[in-house]
Design a protein around this ligand. Structure first.
Ligand SMILES: [Mg+2]
Length: 197
């Protein structure tokens, strides 16, 4: 008897806790790479375009005197001041929330600078009081039903249903559930839901 009650309770708890939508921030909600390249090109007098970046390791495309130092450009308190939200992103997150999915923003980067990214979410109205914010590059640690990310490895390593946000750095991968932008997610959410509900 008690066994059955507990089993039901656990089931209920699992159902409630498992329907998170895991949303990446950089280049899913925020146009991070365009601002990054602007800063890089200005500092190193280069003309690197986003469309040339065909690999996750952006340092492959920088001038020799820069190399890995391109990552240092992200270590700035003001970086996110100029970063714009991507089209339809706010509407898309609102739609997911409206459908009853708790939102968990999961983002990599250095913890010291995470606070500026969080402030960016607030500034652009992405942050609601019931949302969650997690700073980690090991995104597979986070449980959820749906993940939206532009990093192919994150999408492959999650147990959630993954939607790969199209970007030049992931275009070499064959992936069925690639989306061209939030307009597609908004349009097809009912169809995607069949895969995880
Ligand atoms: Mg990203």
């Amino acid at each position: 008897m008690w066994n059955l009650i507990w089993r039901k309770r656990i089931q209920k708890m699992n159902n409630r806790n498992n329907n998170y939508v895991i949303i990446d921030i950089d280049d899913v909600l925020a146009a991070t790479v365009p601002e990054w390249l602007k800063r890089y090109n200005r500092k190193y007098k280069d003309s690197l375009k986003m469309s040339y970046v065909r690999d996750w390791n952006i340092s492959k495309y920088t001038v020799p005197e820069c190399g890995d130092k391109i990552y240092d450009l992200l270590e700035s308190k003001t970086f996110y001041n100029k970063v714009k939200p991507l089209p339809n992103a706010l509407e898309g997150v609102g739609k997911l929330r409206e459908l009853g999915f708790p939102i968990v923003y999961v983002t990599g980067g250095k913890p010291e600078y995470s606070t500026y990214k969080f402030k960016w979410l607030q500034k652009h109205n992405f942050w609601n009081q019931n949302d969650h914010y997690v700073q980690t590059s090991s995104k597979h640690l986070i449980k959820g039903v749906l993940m939206i990310d532009d990093n192919y490895d994150n999408i492959c390593n999650t147990s959630a249903f993954g939607l790969l946000m199209d970007a030049p750095w992931n275009s070499k991968f064959e992936f069925k559930n690639r989306v061209m932008g939030w307009h597609e997610i908004i349009q097809n959410i009912d169809e995607y839901k069949e895969n995880f509900l």
